[in-house]
Design a protein around this ligand. Structure first.
Ligand code: MLT
Length: 388
């Protein structure tokens, strides 16, 4: 017997979505070196990092200069100073967390991928369109997947229904990537009740919560009963501009007997397979959660939301049905044709890189996503090109 590859990899698309987008952009650039491309594809933040974070990085480096203050391996679940700040942050939403329920990591993407190691074989319940990581990781693990359709008729927010029998690992993302849709308290409560009554677990991806402006929940833990059935995965990437620094966290409520079993497995998994995030980055993360740090981050997010408003208007004026962009940095456009064809057209005619909806799964066909993470001058350049 020879060692074989994990055959589940053969069931994946050839390339990860954003690798494909980058490759297409590169190809176009090589063929048209004189053209200026506006990149509204992958949701990567722009600089500069906030002043609080920069100052924390600068002062954090001091610790490494002396024997007394030197920092080696960080504590397994992250430094208490950062976890305490996160506990405080959630108090704004009337959520009382226990510091031991917070696990610091190098970002939401890794946690969303790795978390499935702590579950036995299962059926994942995944909305479509969706952030491709949920689907790909379940395919790699060999889990069954059942899809939930997100369409304009349900505001891209599917709810539990009578056809759903048994227990599931349920993926919810609000504000949603890619559609920008946000769950209300009432609708999240329906999912929490469903999860508790069927023995399911909700994986709640709150990577974009800082973009919320409309009074909907920021955390699944705002919903009564969620503490016994939910895991929340959050990130500093979009909230504080840390896509390059890498910082995130997972919350599993240790006070719930049921969830504590998952928390123990997660702690064990992380201790074995992960060595934590550097002191320096955790100091920077802490700084973004001070009063000043939060205000600085919010002003960056206001800037992105204004970008979203500007670009959204052009498509509305052109007669497209456009969604998202209000509690979210993503604009979701019904492009009424094959989404890769539309992607190519946008690139060829306007030198704008977006993301073809089909890359987010079957439910994204005929849609196109634009990211508002860009400099205002580039957004205005895109608007000018589109108006012409
Ligand atoms: C996106 O564009 O959907 C995100 O930036 C991808 C990510 O956060 O990994």
């Amino acid at each position: 017997m020879t060692v074989e590859i994990n055959k589940n990899f053969c069931s994946l698309e050839d390339n990860y979505l954003f690798s494909k987008i980058r490759a297409k952009k590169r190809d176009y650039e090589e063929k048209h070196p004189d053209q200026i491309i506006i990149n509204l594809g992958v949701g990567d933040v722009i600089g500069a990092l906030t002043e609080s974070a920069i100052n924390a990085l600068k002062s954090g480096i001091e610790a490494y200069k002396s024997v007394e203050n030197f920092k080696g391996y960080p504590p397994e679940q992250g430094y208490p100073f950062l976890r305490e700040k996160i506990v405080n942050y959630y108090k704004k939403f009337n959520v009382n967390l226990d510091i031991d329920s917070i696990f610091i990591s190098d970002g939401a993407k890794s946690d969303l991928s790795n978390i499935i190691e702590i579950f036995s074989d299962l059926t994942a319940l995944i909305p479509t369109p969706v952030y491709p990581v949920y689907v790909d990781t379940n395919i790699i693990k060999g889990n069954k997947i059942k899809y939930l359709e997100c369409i304009p008729e349900n505001n891209f927010l599917p709810l539990p229904n009578k056809q759903l029998k048994g227990s599931y690992l349920i993926y919810l993302c609000s504000p949603n990537n890619p559609t920008g849709a946000v769950f209300s308290y009432e609708d999240l409560k329906k999912w929490v009740d469903f999860a508790n009554s069927t023995g399911s677990i909700i994986i709640f991806d709150s990577a974009y919560e800082a973009f919320i402006r409309s009074g909907v929940p920021h955390s699944i833990f705002e919903i009564e009963g969620s503490e016994n059935c939910s895991i929340e995965i959050a990130s500093f990437s979009k909230r504080a501009g840390f896509t390059g620094l890498r910082l995130g966290y997972t919350i599993i409520n240790r006070k719930s007997k049921r969830m504590n079993e998952f928390a123990l497995c997660w702690a064990r998994r992380q201790a074995t397979e992960f060595n934590g995030v550097s002191y320096l980055i955790q100091k920077a993360g802490e700084a973004t959660l001070t009063e000043l740090g939060l205000a600085e981050c919010q002003s960056k997010i206001d800037y992105y939301l204004k970008n979203a408003e500007i670009i959204k208007k052009v498509f509305i004026d052109k007669g497209f049905n456009v969604y998202g962009g209000t509690d979210s940095p993503y604009i979701w456009i019904d492009c009424k044709k094959d989404s890769w064809e539309f992607f190519d057209e946008m690139l060829e005619k306007y030198q704008i890189v977006g993301t073809a909806g089909a890359g987010f799964g079957k439910g994204g066909e005929h849609f196109y996503r634009l990211s508002a993470f860009a400099l205002r001058k580039d957004i205005l350049l895109a608007v000018n090109r589109l108006k012409k």
